[in-house]
Design a protein around this ligand. Structure first.
Ligand SMILES: [Zn+2]
Length: 336
């Protein structure tokens, strides 16, 4: 079944020269609309030969720096001088973005855990399938923009996935350094391979990701890092000339998340009182916080400690926890 083309359709012709504004039609047959669809807006700009860059936001619907940066980019795309092709989708999981939630309110699915998707699957799985079969194969560089969402808050950080191949690795590093994020983090998703990024990597395509804030708000500092980074990456890969006044990239602090020792999870349910703040330098064994059980108010709280050391780059934004909830994570300095 997966060999058939996606059930999502569009009037956009990805090979046509010039600017096009349109949308993907995500078929949605329901009580109010038997033959309806959900429009997922996208813009495509193609001018001559050059690399194709795909930018997406709204993979999770409660992360806002990406959608905002990409809507701003869309509004000036028509006038942009580029050599190559730019594909911009500010709200890839549009139902989730309109609902302000990480997951889709229609099927409850997390788009970043259903790749490579399913042609005949739920709406979220169909979006993943379209991206995997129609968007990723066209791209030379893919950038999926995230933040911490409602449940976590991040220091604005570019996430990198360096390719194993030496030649590809060099060109990839050049792109990452051009972005100029204050922090670059090599992520460890604890073996997770259902993500958007894992799917892009299976296509052998350069992939950038990033966490530019969190707590389901727009972080202005993260947004500025993101917008300046996108411009510098366009110039670095030859899509655009550097814009007037474009600043050279500041040096980044390179960090690595190293498996379970860098994550902290709630061992018990209750209310989380953190004993650290975003940006703290943490030592191994340091107390991360306490979980108070409101059903046993006189009982001493559970004490949570960090197993490893590093920079506190992510912290939980919701105090209420159940066993297994992530309370935050660290990242430690590393070299390329
Ligand atoms: Zn996200």
């Amino acid at each position: 079944m997966n060999s058939k083309r996606s059930l999502l359709t569009t009037d956009i012709d990805y090979d046509r020269e010039g600017f096009q504004q349109g949308f993907l039609r995500l078929p949605y047959s329901h009580d109010r609309s038997g033959y309806g669809y959900i429009p997922i807006p996208l813009s495509v700009l193609k001018r001559g030969e050059g690399p194709t860059v795909l930018l997406t936001g709204g993979n999770h619907g409660d992360e806002y720096e990406g959608p905002i940066a990409l809507m701003k980019l869309m509004r000036r795309m028509r006038e942009m001088e580029i050599r190559g092709r730019l594909i911009v989708v500010p709200g890839l999981n549009m139902p989730a973005l309109l609902n302000g939630s990480r997951t889709s309110p229609i099927d409850g699915a997390n788009l970043n855990r259903v790749f490579p998707g399913t042609r005949n699957g739920s709406l979220t799985e169909m979006i993943a399938h379209y991206a995997d079969t129609e968007l990723f194969p066209r791209a030379d560089l893919v950038f999926d923009i995230h933040a911490g969402g409602a449940s976590t808050n991040y220091l604005p950080t570019l996430l990198a996935a360096p390719p194993a191949d030496v030649v590809k690795g060099k060109s990839y590093r050049r792109i990452v350094e051009a972005f100029g994020a204050p922090r670059v983090m090599i992520m460890d998703l604890l073996g997770e391979d259902r993500t958007y990024g894992a799917a892009v990597e299976r296509h052998g395509t350069h992939f950038l990701c990033g966490e530019f804030g969190g707590h389901a708000v727009c972080n202005p500092e993260g947004l500025a890092v993101l917008e300046q980074g996108i411009e510098r990456v366009f110039a670095a890969i030859g899509l655009c000339d550097a814009t007037a006044g474009q600043q050279p990239p500041p040096p980044a602090r390179l960090l690595r998340v190293d498996g379970n020792k860098h994550y902290i999870f709630a061992p018990t349910g209750g209310i989380f009182e953190p004993a650290f703040a975003l940006g703290d330098e943490i030592t191994a064994g340091q107390v991360a916080g306490y979980i108070h059980d409101p059903r046993q108010p006189a009982q001493a709280p559970a004490v949570i400690r960090f197993a490893g050391a590093g920079l506190a780059i992510c912290i939980r934004a919701l105090a209420r926890v159940e066993p297994g909830d992530c309370l935050g994570h660290l990242a430690q300095d590393c070299d390329w």
